[in-house]
Design a protein around this ligand. Sequence first.
Ligand SMILES: [Zn+2]
Length: 129
Amino acid sequence: MAQDNTIGAKAQLDFVCVETDCGGVVKFNLAEISDPDFQVVCPKCHRAYAFDEALRGKLEKMVTLMTAIRDSQDILGDSAVSVNVAGGEVRVPYALLLTRLNTVITLDFGGKKVDFCFRAEPMAEKAFR
Ligand SMILES: [Zn+2]
């Protein structure tokens, strides 16, 4: 699976600009954050965002996690989460959880909580039955 090493290049992140009344959506590519001089600019108000080392480290850990999930596709495709409900149990396949949910990580960004949304490429449908 050659694409596993390039998940960072494919993972898009976005977050809503922290400037009051801006509402611009700042987008960037996860592969770019390993550059210490990396900056993103809000497309609307042009505020520049520089990511400190701690923040970059957390985002890089997310890449590692997502890569691990991808590497585990084969077994995850056969696994399910059991949820007890009234009258029995519901089994939710991991595959469904992983493909249907967007990953959101909330990080402290200059004293403000910011939700970073990951928009990684969906995993191949054929991996899950
Ligand atoms: Zn803005």
